[in-house]
Design a protein around this ligand. Structure first.
Ligand SMILES: [Ca+2]
Length: 87
């Protein structure tokens, strides 16, 4: 992930490392936003401590996404009414 061995991760390096469920890379802007959210010392990159918080956040989002997909599979009719419309 740390391609230049700087000990820090840039948005470009983060994008190379993160994959969506369909094996596509994360959007570049999403990676920039993630860096901005967790770059607590404002140096424009993510060190190991900042990465721990970023990784926890990404894992929580993935877990939430997986639960929603599972719910849609188990109970698709719940998402076809006016409360949770899918379209
Ligand atoms: Ca930083």
């Amino acid at each position: 992930m740390d391609d230049d061995k700087s000990g820090k991760i840039t948005a470009i390096e983060l994008r190379q490392a993160l994959l969506n469920n369909n094996w596509s890379h994360f959007n570049t802007e999403t990676c920039r936003l993630l860096i901005g959210m967790f770059d607590t010392n404002n140096d424009g990159s993510i060190d190991i401590n900042e990465f721990a918080a970023l990784w926890k956040y990404v894992q929580e989002w993935k877990s939430c996404f997986d639960r929603c997909v599972h719910l849609i599979i188990l109970c698709p009719s719940a998402f076809n009414n006016s409360i949770f419309p899918l379209s």
